[in-house]
Design a protein around this ligand. Sequence first.
Ligand code: GUN
Ligand code: ZN
Length: 433
Amino acid sequence: DTPSRIALRGDLLDFTADPGFAAPAGAPGVRFRPGHWLLVADGRIAGVQADAPDASWQRVDHAGKLLLPGFIDTHVHSPQLDVIASYGTELLEWLNTYTFPAERRFADPEVAVAGAERFLDGLLAHGTTSAVVFPTVHKHSADALFAGAERRGMRIIAGKILMDRHAPDGLRDDVRQAERDCVDLIQRWHGRARLAYALTVRFAPTSTSAQMQMAAALIEAHPGTYMQTHVAENKDEVRWVAELFPEARSYLDVYHRHRLLNERSVLAHGVWLDDTDRVLLRETGAQIAHSPSSNLFLGSGLFDWLGAEGQGAHVSMASDVGGGTSLSMIRTLADAYKIQALRGVKLTAWKALYSATRGAARALHLDDEIGSFDVGRHADVAVWDWAHTPVMQHRVDLAQDLHEKLFAWMTLGDERLLEAAYVAGVPRYHRRP
Ligand code: GUN
Ligand code: ZN
């Protein structure tokens, strides 16, 4: 049993506002409270204070550790831990060679359950407590993911993949059966515990217009449901979509024409968008789940983050495992910095960490639940070491200010830094001694 009142001490870092692309020293929204106590009552944050709380609180002293809100991964594929780090292909060949065969194995419910458990434990072991997830086309793979997330108390948004064409046997559904499956999953999981349903159009090439219309109708019929998909990731993919939907102005416009863009739409990648698309993102409130590791690994391209935000689009951070090569949001952020460096843009540690915490929460309309240490939020907390090797310790120790220290932490760090993860105040991961 977990006590209803616990207090965690450490160096608390979170954000009160978007630091934007301001220089590190002048960036707004950074809140650092070293050596403070985070008070957690009934799974929610009850306050932060410098003094030790009284004996009615069970104290857990993480002094000298960095405490961050649990990371939010806004786009990741649970079955693709089986194909992470697969050699030598770009997107379309990668899907056919590695990914579709792996996802087909999830037709076996035992494989799907084991895969969901491995995936959720993997998220926690990387300090990620919330995620927007693609399982497979199989209904039971969504069930397995939701059930595992409920047992762990995690905030998960997911839904069975919709895919009724251009996919191999064993991975296609059809409009009517998919509709029945989605309705049943929505009724059983949407709004239960910390779960929400996302209508999950894999991407425009693998859904017919009829299937996308069905998804849009379900979104309209079930308030609070999300929509997740991929958009404009790879140049060959963009060409294919233009052939399949010649009437659409752009790839993004295919989704818009099918009424799939709204403030709960999460679109992975968006590497090959234009300004008209970016304005459409702002107007609809849809967000881009930027997936830097995947974009580098699959050779997809360099995302124009500044362009997207310049037009008012929301951008959150995603691992996109298994196109991405790590569940670690720290490694993902380091990749994001390097992509922006190639574009001549400087990404601060503040903006990077914001985008994987409060920024993602805000884009998902969940900032009253996750993403910060504000009072009333669920106590999803990751406890990190400041360094895990002598070289890293040396570099962090030399830092002259907090940004320099966090930037070195983000650039040199990974999941080996994680000591513990709490979900709604309950310890759910602890590093082996
Ligand atoms: N586009 C359609 N499916 C996928 C997928 O599984 N991963 C990535 N990165 N892009 C996709
Ligand atoms: Zn993806």
